[in-house]
Design a protein around this ligand. Structure first.
Ligand code: 26V
Length: 824
């Protein structure tokens, strides 16, 4: 019975309350009565953590005994957000915990709001990893995530009085993190710099010297929904080797013998805040290597316990690389097999190339990683040698297939020649993997037709595939929109849709029923009011819940074109100002909601924030405008803010230049919550429109295959802005008149459109206005029809569950199967 001490039945309210009180007195060392909201949150989280650990242990034992093929998801970012609500929902214990906290005198909702976000990611890529691990757990797949335990997550965004983005550190670990388990005993040595000595008559070498440190493991259990399985995210923290340094001891230098290298301490301090923009920083390469080497050592240790030959490694493990950030792991596996396990180069390569698969997340050239050879050589000399050998053998094969085609060799070489020379990580990832995928149909096609074209010819079509992204319906519907979830469960007569999102489409016929539409509409209104209250409280802006709530919530980037949106808002503002009082009555009310961070060094993106904030200040306080137009920039966008915004949106603004947004995932979250898509023909918008039906969406803008030509014309046969778009020219005039701050502040932003207009803002402006006009007509003309479309959209999103994506990976790439922990 001692072992059962932590057991409570799922619906045992008193039992759960007891565990919470026990944690207050023992873990928090407080008197049971001395509980504030923070303590109540912490004790509740620790109580839930006990449940998770129990499942974690059962899953681990079961999988150790069964020894199935395992999948390891390598992501340098994990954008988890909060865990308490998600955990109690996945455990099926939300009601129990609500009742237990009420018994103790607390509102569960208040406890939830005490939790800090785990924001170890920038945006889509990091949040995707978090959705995928939720689905891996829910599908009972034997899988773990690996990443880095940054002391500081994505920066906290604040706005100055003049609307400029300010950045402050995010000390998320200042309060103890109840969701992690420190495993100080799981630590691996990591080497940097040093020298390489070849070993005569072999492929081997000895890498020694340099700087050594330790990578220490911290585990975050991830419970599946409606399964006992619990997955794990193992995050590494860098720590100096605290050996007994005999040299400094002998010298009587006690201080030096306990001195921690500050270089080591830096490695896992902070998440790089860039999204879609590569910077070749030494510290970043140190992060990547520490993470990959530690994770691989961990994985291989688990494999060697099976006492199988190395040739069977690919039958037992698969490593999915989330973008090129972990590509060094390919060279690391080669190094370990050759230098430490005495395997020949050729045999090692055969094994290695059956282990890895690579997901690409962007075609933007400025985001592709390429490391300066000199920096690489200094930090990882042995790995550079191995990469040269990989490249040599690879180019020999290319030359054999295409004799005398030196252009092709130069194009395809993993080493970019020139001064300086670079290692092209995407090419290494393709050559070292057995499968490469893009994240939406269009994106995957584009990869194959453009940046990886040569590699398709060399490796064959089958080397490349598509897996369209997905989002977890547990967090992005059940948790963030409880009322809509209850309506769905009630109407379907079961909760099965939470693990089989395709069932949602059985509700599509309900869109024709007035009663159902009414219920759906009331929920949307409630969610809008809830958001309006938060905005009133935090920003002092009063919103009209009967206006169209249009949300553009994502990282600030030129290609995502927040510009197009804010320029259209200014246009709308000018139209309202021009209209007579009688005409104003016919204008539909809109609320434009923006949220998103700009990379700290991204000047233009920061200028866009400034423009949005300053337009808001003018428009929101203009008597002529009144309720017809509000512009809100919500600072410090995060997963937990997204959970409030997304259920409240009527319109999902997804307006990237065609061909630039690999997939997008906020488009899926918004659609699932009943927002209509106002978007370009790009990324996953295309598939969303296909599934929801184009009638449900407002699509506009130049198509991908027209973009090149238009862009060329913008640069080389420029027509004056006045001709490309007279409406936009008028907007620019107004900005330049100083209407939103001193004339001249925005000049460098406007110049990007006047000259080149690389992202086709002026070219798409007219059709964006036209699309908004259609929205106006529907909103003002036929609210029932609007709700009908919203229902159809939401119920057509089954394909965008991350369960579908992860099952696609499991079947089509990983070759792993469900290993469900038996119920008893
Ligand atoms: C690149 C870099 C370069 C070095 C500095 C830090 C950093 C961080 C991330 C990246 C990769 C950016 C690629 C990315 O985030 N792509 C987004 O991936 C989403 C998930 O697949 C997708 O929905 C978005 O469309 C895509 O932009």
């Amino acid at each position: 019975t001692a072992l059962k001490a932590n057991d409570v039945d799922e619906d045992d309210v008193q039992g759960v309350a007891n565990t919470i009180v026990r944690h207050v007195t023992t873990s928090l060392a407080r008197q049971a009565g001395n509980m504030d909201t923070i303590a109540a949150y912490q004790a509740t989280a620790l109580s839930v953590r006990d449940q998770l650990i129990k499942r974690w242990n059962e899953t681990t034992s079961y999988h150790t005994a069964r020894a199935p093929k395992r999948i390891y998801y390598f992501s340098i970012e994990w954008l988890i957000g909060r865990s308490l609500d998600n955990a109690v929902l996945n455990l099926g214990m939300k009601n129990t915990y609500e009742d237990a906290s009420r018994k103790l005198g607390f509102n569960f909702e208040d406890l939830l709001n005490e939790e800090r976000d785990a924001a170890l990611g920038n945006g889509g890529l990091g949040r995707l990893a978090a959705c995928y691990i939720d689905s891996m757990a829910t599908l009972s797949l034997p899988g773990w995530g690996y990443g880095l335990r940054y002391n500081y997550g994505i920066f906290k965004q604040m706005l100055s009085k003049t609307g400029e983005q300010l950045e402050a550190p995010d000390p998320w670990l200042d309060r103890e993190n109840p969701w992690e388990i420190a495993r100080l005993d799981v630590a691996y040595p990591i080497r940097f710099y040093g020298n390489v000595e070849p070993v005569a008559n072999s492929d081997k070498a000895v890498w020694s010297g340099g700087m050594e440190c330790l990578a220490v493991a911290y585990d975050t259990p991830i419970p599946g929904y409606a399964t006992k399985n619990c997955a794990n995210i193992r995050l590494w923290s860098a720590k100096p080797v605290q050996g007994f340094d005999l040299n400094s001891f002998n010298a009587g230098n006690y201080e030096a013998s306990v001195h921690a290298s500050s270089e080591v301490g830096n490695i896992t301090q902070v998440l790089y805040p860039n999204d879609n923009m590569y910077q070749g920083k030494l510290l970043r390469l140190q992060q990547q290597y520490l993470w990959c080497s530690a994770s691989l050592q961990d994985i291989l240790r688990r494999f060697t316990k099976l006492e199988l030959p190395w040739t069977q490694l690919p039958d037992y493990i698969c490593i999915q690389m989330n973008d090129t950030h972990p590509t060094i792991v390919i060279a690391e596996l080669m190094r370990i097999l050759i230098d430490e396990e005495d395997i020949s180069y050729d045999q090692a390569w055969k094994i290695t190339t059956k282990v890895f698969a690579y997901t690409n997340h962007t075609v933007l050239p400025e985001a592709l990683e390429k490391w300066e050879v000199s920096l690489f050589e200094k930090l990882l000399p042995r790995h550079l040698q191995i990469i040269y050998r990989i490249n040599h053998d690879f180019l020999q094969q290319v030359a054999k297939r295409w004799p005398n085609d030196n252009d092709r060799l130069a194009r395809m070489s993993i080493i970019e020649e020139g001064t300086p020379k670079y290692v092209r990580m995407a090419y290494l990832a393709i050559v070292g993997s057995f499968k490469v995928n893009g994240v939406a149909e269009l994106h995957s096609q584009l990869l194959q037709a453009t940046i990886f074209k040569d590699f398709v010819e060399f490796k064959g079509r089958d080397h490349f595939t598509n897996v369209t992204n997905g989002i977890t319906p547990r967090r992005w519907l059940l948790q963030c929109n409880p009322e809509l979830s209850a309506l769905i469960t009630h109407s379907l007569g079961s909760e099965a849709w939470l693990t089989n999102a395709q069932l949602l489409k059985n509700l599509i016929p309900m869109a024709e029923q007035k009663e159902f539409r009414k219920a759906f509409d009331i929920i949307k209104q409630n969610n809008k009011r809830r958001l309006a209250e938060v905005i009133e409280q935090e920003l002092g802006i009063t919103l009209n819940p009967r206006s169209v709530f249009a949300a553009q919530i994502k990282r600030m980037h030129e290609y995502k074109r927040q510009t197009l949106n804010i320029f259209a808002i200014i246009h709308r503002y000018l139209e309202i100002k021009k209209a007579s009082p009688a005409d104003r009555k016919k204008i539909q009310p809109w609320t434009f909601i923006f949220a998103g961070k700009a990379a700290p060094g991204y000047y233009i993106a920061k200028l866009v924030i400034r423009l949005i904030v300053n337009v808001g200040k003018i428009v929101n306080n203009d008597q002529d405008v009144g309720d017809l137009l509000k512009v809100v920039f919500i600072p410090d966008y995060s997963v937990s803010i997204a959970e409030v915004l997304i259920p409240a949106a009527d319109i999902s603004v997804q307006i990237s230049t065609a061909g630039t947004e690999a997939s997008g995932t906020s488009n899926m979250k918004l659609a699932l919550n009943g927002a209509l898509l106002l978007g370009t023909v790009d990324g996953a918008n295309i598939e969303i429109a296909e599934d929801a039906g184009e009638d449900q969406c407002f699509m506009f803008g130049y198509l991908n295959d027209q973009v090149q030509q238009v862009r060329y014309n913008n640069s080389y046969n420029p027509t004056p802005l006045e001709q490309r778009s007279p409406e936009l020219a008028a907007v620019f005039k107004h900005i330049e008149s100083g209407a939103f701050g001193d004339a001249g502040i925005y000049d460098s932003l406007l110049k990007t459109v006047y000259e080149h207009d690389y992202y086709l803002v002026s070219n798409d402006f007219g059709s964006y206005l036209a699309a908004q006009k259609l929205v106006d007509e529907l909103w003002g003309g036929d609210p029932e029809e609007w709700t009908r479309k919203a229902i159809i959209t939401s119920c057509s999103m089954g394909d965008f569950s991350s369960d579908r994506s992860v099952q696609d990976y499991a079947d089509g790439i990983w070759g792993v199967e469900s290993e469900r922990v038996p119920d008893n």
